[in-house]
Design a binder for this molecule. Structure first.
Ligand SMILES: [Zn+2]
Length: 411
């Protein structure tokens, strides 16, 4: 079973590239201008109008059921409400930059669907094209895990995906200064939590991360690296790999939460620091880890059942990496103290759960939820550079205290 990926009008791209060469000037990215969903009989047609023809690939995934459309770098000039309302077989869709020079549209479907047809037609009297993908329902057994990412899957580094806890790659390189990896959560197609005034988590955490980098670099004692420094999607596995490859001595993942219920959104406030544990410290921590671990799914990366695998990995962490986890706890304690002096902390400021991005064998790591952007007061504060630099300053202080203690404890 399984439909192959559908290559579309490669010729058009070739012609466009040739034109660019001929005119010897850089070509502007194509623009996504409009989308439309049409329901006819049992099928639902997704249409995307673009300023020019591009090469696209479309495939399906299960758990949850999605249709993924991979495109080159597009400038999205779409109405802000685009994708929020579905029709027919489509419940909603989202779009954004997925990687360097790659855009992606992820269409959530109400059940398993097959790509009945996909074609791109030029609009009369212009260079614009319309891409139409017709979806038809199909039964779950025949759907299986979907058609998958095909050749595009190479971009996800399948050898790395799902195996962050495996054997570390040999002895770590010695380095003179401690390496601090800052990990601004989400990015690109994955906005993270949405605030009361439609501010996104990805924007706030990147701003804080940049300030933190500056604060740490000013101290001149650390090599500071960031898993992303712009609005681009980075998978959780790539974040882990980046940390490992950088030889991180400390890994700090930055996030901001939101709560949907209206009443809760007004009452719940404050920051929380999470460390890794196989068993969640409480229900809220468990839910939070589940939410953060879903980042890859939202961006259309294939899910697969890891069940027992995860258990084995947790045991590995327990046995082999007790030292790393002790250091994580040390840092979380110092950080809670410093942050508590600057910003409001949640009722239980230190919690733990099975966050995928914290599953690191060598680097002590924490995930900080800086506050709730669903709370209007928190959100407004978090948007100000003053608040961001205050928070970054406190985290930088905690980093210094932590490393001073470790150096002092050395024989
Ligand atoms: Zn997050």
């Amino acid at each position: 079973m399984g439909l192959p990926c559908v290559p579309l009008l490669r010729a058009l791209t070739a012609v466009a590239a040739a034109l660019c060469l001929l005119l010897s000037r850089p070509c502007l990215a194509a623009e996504a201008l409009e989308t439309h969903l049409t329901v006819t009989g049992r099928s639902t047609i997704f249409e995307l109008t673009m300023s020019e023809g591009v090469t696209a690939q479309v495939f399906t995934l299960a758990n949850p059921y999605r249709v993924v459309l991979d495109l080159p770098d597009l400038v999205f000039r779409l109405d802000p409400a685009t994708g929020k309302r579905g029709a027919g077989l489509v419940s909603q869709f989202r779009y954004g930059q997925f990687a360097e020079r790659k855009s992606r549209i992820v269409i959530d479907t109400k059940g398993p669907v097959k790509i009945h047809s996909a074609n791109m037609t030029r609009l009369k009297g212009s260079s614009a094209v319309k891409l139409a993908i017709a979806l038809m329902p199909m039964d779950a057994t025949a759907f299986g895990s979907g058609t998958g990412a095909g050749t595009e899957s190479a971009a996800f580094e399948p050898g790395v995906d799902g195996d962050p806890i495996g054997a570390p790659d040999g002895p770590r390189k010695p380095h003179s200064r401690p390496v601090v990896v800052i990990d601004p959560g989400h990015g690109g197609i994955d906005p993270g939590a949405m605030g009361a005034n439609s501010v996104t988590e990805k924007t706030i955490v990147l701003a804080v991360a940049q300030q933190l980098k500056q604060a740490l670099e000013k101290a001149g004692l650390y090599d500071v690296k960031m898993t992303r420094s712009e609005d681009v999607f980075v998978s959780l596995d790539k974040r882990l790999k980046f940390s490992r490859d950088s030889g991180a001595d400390l890994f700090i993942s930055l996030h901001a939460d939101s709560i949907e219920e209206k009443t809760a959104a007004d009452n719940i406030r404050g920051a929380t620091i999470y460390t890794l544990s196989g068993k969640a410290s409480d229900e809220q921590a468990r839910v939070m880890a589940e939410k953060e671990n879903a980042s890859d799914l939202l961006a259309g990366i294939e899910a697969y059942d890891k069940g027992n695998d995860d258990q084995v990995k947790n045991i590995l962490i327990d046995l082999m990496k007790r030292e790393t986890s002790n250091f994580s706890a040390d840092f979380s304690q110092v950080l809670a103290k410093r942050l508590g002096k600057t910003i409001e902390m949640s009722r239980l400021p230190r919690r733990s759960a099975a966050f995928k991005v914290l599953k690191q064998t060598d680097a002590p790591s924490v995930l900080v939820e800086l506050g709730y952007i669903s709370n209007r007061t928190d959100e407004e504060q978090m948007l100000t550079p003053e608040w961001q630099s205050k928070v970054a300053g406190s985290i930088a202080e905690a980093v210094q205290i932590y490393f001073n203690k470790r150096t002092a404890a050395r024989p």
